[in-house]
Design a protein around this ligand. Sequence first.
Ligand code: RNT
Ligand code: ZN
Length: 418
Amino acid sequence: MTNKERYEVAKEMYAGLGVDTDQALETLKNIPISMHCWQGDDVTGFDHDGPLTGGIQATGDYPGKARTPEELMADIDKVLSFVPGKHKLNLHANYAIFEEGEFADRDKLEPKHFKKWVEFAKERGLGLDFNPTYFSHDKVKDGLTLSSPDEEIRRFWINHGKACIRISQYFAEELGQPCVMNIWIPDGYKDIPADRLGPRARFKDSLDQILSIDYDREKVLVCLESKVFGIGMESYTVGSSEFTMNYAAKNGILSLMDNGHYHPTEVVSDKIPSLLLFSDKIALHVTRPVRWDSDHVVLFDDETREIAKEIVRNDALDRVLLALDFFDASINRISAWTVGMRNMQKALLYALLLPNKQMKEMQDQNRFTELMVLQEEIKTYPFGAVWDYFCESQGVLVREEWFKEVQKYENDVLSLRK
Ligand code: RNT
Ligand code: ZN
């Protein structure tokens, strides 16, 4: 049977549940996912030689990591050739590209340092998102940036935030679509703090100063990402969930939830609908925590599907801005990226293929037996046939076929990077 024939059979089965698979695929192909550039080089970037710091860690030493902008761009192209649909690329400030002999510190970054990325995005019809980089830098003093009691340090990082808003606006203007700019700071303490309020008050003031610059709020969607702990910041983080949500709500910016940033039994899927009732838009970093914020590759697992369900069945595809955030250095990086991107799409498709309206009715009518039966039976519907057909019709390799290409690329290109 061809993929198309398998699809036709699946289509009929889903139609029996009242689900329109053609419509689902039409919707799916227009959902942009912001692909993080940092899976390609273990979050190193091009503006420093030091290690990755800030309570985050990439573990593993799989050969072939990108060492230059050209290599990273080539790798991103490879990944995108395996991913159906049109997406965005998510850059970090430490991925600035300098001319020979040129350097600008983080507080002095300008749009011109990202011109090559804009050209890259334009040529491929990609949107760009952005992140100030508040880590891996010698001005992260005692683990603190925007909450530092050292005014000079704090000033440096405030200026970095302002510079990044200007760069984000440049991206939006050049590419004709909004740029999501996410602020995450590592600031926190290893042990029980003597003052929990002071650092948060300074962080609040720093954010106020950053946002005080004149920028177009339609073009730059500033987000604030919370975190419950970091390595070396186990007891306290300045940018806690309550801090970021309240700050975002009061100041008209977006909350960003990373599903690796909560206590292990807390789930982001459950937080999405609450936030949707109070905010026009929210943003996500989809990742996979394994016991801690370990940034493992996104799988087609229960929580990824639950997240997708909350977005789809609440009709919030244009209100939840999706980005991925993981960095696994222990396996082929092209493969890690591809698996994560495709899995996010699979989860969205899975959610789009549910008879959501009927299931809500069952809940409201107290028909929980029926609901469970349906939910469980749907799990073995021919989802794979719909996904395969989507890949084929979008011109990307079906099932594990793409991996052969990755192996070839590893042989021909990655293995030569020493
Ligand atoms: C860190 C945050 C943050 C980073 C990226 C690189 O825990 O999740 O989003 O992973 O900015
Ligand atoms: Zn994140």
